[in-house]
Write a protein that binds this ligand. Structure first.
Ligand code: 2P0
Length: 355
C-alpha cells in the first residue's frame, strides 16, 4: 500500500422506495428475513433520496459515520453486519491517477468514514432507512471494488434494513422472501424498469414530518407476536396479491393496480390495529385523504389515484397520469388549503415534477 496521506472517496445517490404490497413482519430478526414477498416502486432520485460519500484512508483509525451532519454510532448490529458483509466482498483497487493501490487483504485493516444526507424528513414514514442502507452498501461496494451485482448487493442492504434491498433498482421491484435459512435467497429483483410505466405520477402529501412513535422494527415484532391477521395475511392474502400485482404492472392495468395498492395499505394498517398494543400510524388527516380519494375513484369509470401509507401518517398518492395528478393536486389544495388548520403542510412531488 502507498504512504499514509491518501484518501479514496466515492459518492452515490439512492432514491427511496414505496411499497405497494407491504413488507410487515420478520421470520428472522438478525438476518432480516420477511414473512412475505413485497413489491415497491422506486422514486425518481431527483426527489426523495439519500446522498452518501464513503472514504477510506490509512490515516483513519476507526469506522465513523455522520447522518445529516451529526455523528452517529456505527456500533449497532445492522451497520456492523453490512460493513462485515461488504468487506468480505472487497477486491483489489488500483487508482493510477492518485497513485493508490489497495490489495484485497488490506481491506480488513482499513477504516471507512461515511457522510450521508437525506433530502427528506428522517424516520417520518418516508422510508429513510431504505434509501440510507441501500446507498451505504452501494457506495461501499464501489469504494471496495466489490463485483457483486445489484441483487447480490440487495441481500447485504437487506441486513441493514429490510426495505433497503428494494432501493438498489429503479422501476418496480420485488423483494423475494426466499426460503434458505441463511437468507442467501432473500433478495430484490427488478420487475420492470422506470420507463415501463412512466406516465404514473407520484405525489407525497407530507401530513407530518415528526418522527414516528413506534419504529417499524418494534411494530413488526409486536405484530408477529400478537396479530392473527398477520398470519392470515402472510400465508393466504399476499401470495395471491403478489401475482395479481405483477400482472397489473406488466399490463399497465391501473384499475387493478390501484385496487390492490389501496387494499394492501389498508390491510397493513388493519394488522397494526390488530397488534397488541395497537399501533396507530395514520391520523385523522390521513383518513380524510383516503375518503377523498375513495369518493373520487368511485365517481369515475375507473380509479384515477391509488393511495398507500407506510409506518407514518404521510400519504403516497399514485396518479394514473398527469391529468389525474393535476386534478388530485386541485382537490388536495381545496380540501386541505395551506392556510387552514389542517396540519397537511407541504406537498413533495416525487417521480415527475408537475408543479
Ligand atoms: C414496506 N415498511 O414494505 C413496509 C411498509 C413500512 C410499512 O419496510 O426493521 O424500515 O429495518 O427491516 O424496512 C419499514 O420497515 O424495517 C417498511 P426493518 P423497515 O416498505
Amino acid at each position: 500500500m502507498a504512504e499514509k496521506s491518501w484518501v479514496r472517496m466515492v459518492t452515490a445517490q439512492t432514491p427511496t422506495n414505496i411499497a405497494v404490497i407491504k413488507y410487515w413482519g420478520k421470520r428472522d430478526e438478525t438476518l432480516i428475513l420477511p414473512v412475505n414477498d413485497s413489491i415497491s416502486v422506486t422514486l425518481d432520485p431527483a426527489h426523495l433520496c439519500t446522498t452518501t460519500t464513503v472514504a477510506v484512508s490509512p490515516s483513519f483509525d476507526q469506522d465513523r459515520m455522520w447522518l445529516n451532519g451529526k455523528e452517529i454510532s456505527l456500533s449497532g448490529g445492522r451497520y456492523q453486519n453490512c460493513l462485515r458483509e461488504i468487506r468480505a466482498q472487497a477486491c483489489d483497487v488500483e487508482d493510477e491517477e492518485k497513485g493508490i493501490k489497495i490489495a484485497k487483504k488490506d481491506w480488513e485493516n482499513l477504516h471507512v468514514h461515511v457522510a450521508s444526507y437525506n433530502n427528506f424528513p428522517t424516520a417520518a414514514g418516508l422510508a429513510s432507512s431504505a434509501a440510507g442502507f441501500a446507498c451505504l452498501v452501494f457506495a461501499l461496494a464501489k469504494l471496495m471494488n466489490a463485483k457483486e451485482d445489484n441483487s447480490e448487493l440487495s441481500a447485504i442492504a437487506r441486513q441493514g434494513s429490510g426495505s433497503a434491498c428494494r432501493s438498489l433498482f429503479g422501476g418496480f421491484v420485488k423483494w423475494i422472501m426466499g426460503k434458505a435459512e441463511d437468507g442467501s435467497d432473500s433478495l430484490a429483483v427488478q420487475l420492470v424498469d422506470e420507463k415501463h410505466w412512466d406516465e404514473l405520477v407520484i405525489i407525497i402529501a407530507v401530513v407530518s414530518s415528526r418522527q414516528k412513535e413506534t419504529s417499524s422494527t418494534t411494530g413488526m415484532r409486536d405484530s408477529v407476536d400478537t396479530s392473527l391477521l398477520l398470519q392470515h395475511r402472510a400465508k393466504e392474502v399476499v401470495p395471491k396479491r403478489i401475482k395479481q400485482m405483477e400482472e397489473a404492472i406488466k399490463n399497465r392495468d391501473f384499475g387493478s393496480f390501484a385496487q390492490l395498492t389501496c387494499a394492501d395499505s389498508n390491510q397493513f394498517h388493519a394488522v397494526c390495529l390488530d397488534t397488541c398494543p395497537p399501533i396507530f400510524y395514520m391520523n385523522d388527516t390521513s383518513h380524510r385523504i383516503i375518503s377523498c380519494v375513495e369518493k373520487w375513484n368511485r365517481s369515475e369509470e375507473t380509479p384515477q389515484v391509488a393511495y398507500t401509507f407506510d409506518a407514518g401518517p404521510n400519504a403516497v398518492l399514485i396518479a394514473h397520469n398527469r391529468k389525474a395528478a393535476t386534478q388530485l393536486l386541485q382537490k388536495l389544495l381545496f380540501y386541505f388549503p395551506p392556510s387552514s388548520d389542517a396540519d397537511l403542510n407541504s406537498y413533495v412531488i416525487g417521480d415527475k415534477s408537475i408543479l
